[in-house]
Design a protein around this ligand. Structure first.
Ligand SMILES: Nc1ncnc2c1ncn2[C@@H]1O[C@H](COP(=O)(O)OP(=O)(O)OP(=O)(O)O)[C@@H](O)[C@H]1O
Length: 253
């Protein structure tokens, strides 16, 4: 049994009177793809925001590779080896594909961003070239982010996260708005990154076709509470999950 790379322990998040995440625990095993799913408003993004340290949980702990990061600032996450993509694209629209990815990689290099963009250190550029190649962005290297179609913008968001050489990749709805062909590309890329490079992925996703195909394990949230966990097959057939998505009648049909 491989070690957990990420442990979320009894996390609760309240927004005023609303309990968005309720005593939630999760373990993500190193070198696996773990999906966090659930209906709208279940608390998935809130959990993600706690892990990436944008939100502070009211109680509970978040442990990454044995270190308690519950009080660490979001700005330290990339340095720890945690990268994330956002549900709404957070690209620098006026910069090129290459520049957007270089900004992702800058986190490890310190110094001024301008000097770094001009210096282009060979070792880092080699890694960036590899990321560009693997994500299929090579033909768009010099294109401004705003001129890419939506599918390539999503890939650029992923490429920028990969540029920091993360150990844990947090993906918030990477397949949202993608066409079937683009989802198949994403499926192959993520599977390859995990199987070949040993990356660990925690993915929030509504596109079940992708979740069921790539995930080693799936955790289901509803109203901030974990209602099921297991292999894609186990979760797909779980009456509590069917009820959460489709209602009581469907679960007992
Ligand atoms: N900053 C916030 N302030 C107040 N309430 C919030 C905030 N963020 C989320 N919520 C509420 O917390 C609950 C969980 O929201 P969250 O965005 O985590 O759900 P989700 O599972 O990611 O949903 P979706 O799939 O629609 O993105 C919802 O009821 C939401 O309205």
């Amino acid at each position: 049994m491989r070690n957990p790379l990420l442990q979320v322990e009894n996390v609760t998040v309240r927004f005023g009177g609303l309990v968005a995440v309720n005593d939630f625990s999760l373990e993500v095993t190193q070198g696996t793809i773990h999906a966090l799913i659930g209906p709208n408003g279940a608390g998935k993004s809130t959990t993600f925001n706690c892990i990436s340290r944008f939100y502070q949980p009211n109680s509970g702990r978040i442990v990454f590779d044995g270190t308690d990061i519950t009080r660490s600032p979001a700005s330290e996450m990339a340095g720890c080896g945690i990268a994330r993509s956002f549900q709404n694209l957070e690209l620098f629209n006026e910069l090129t594909v290459l520049e957007n990815i270089m900004i992702g990689a800058h986190v490890h290099c310190g110094g001024s961003l301008r000097a770094w963009l001009q210096a282009k250190p060979p070792a880092v550029m080699h890694h960036i070239d590899e990321v560009i190649e693997r994500t299929g962005l090579a033909p768009y290297r010099k294109h401004k982010a705003r001129n890419l179609d939506f599918g390539h913008q999503k890939l650029l968001e992923l490429a920028r996260a990969l540029a920091i050489r993360p150990r844990l990749l947090l993906l918030d709805e990477p397949a949202a708005g993608l066409r079937n062909r683009e989802i198949a590309t994403l499926d192959r890329l993520l599977t390859d990154l995990v199987r070949t490079d040993g990356l660990t992925v925690l993915i929030v996703e509504h596109v079940m076709q992708l979740v069921m195909s790539i995930s080693d394990r799936v955790t289901v949230l509803n109203f901030g509470t974990k209602i099921a966990e297991g292999t894609p097959q186990q979760v797909r057939n779980d009456p509590a999950v069917i009820e959460a998505y489709l209602g009581k009648e469907a679960a007992h049909a």
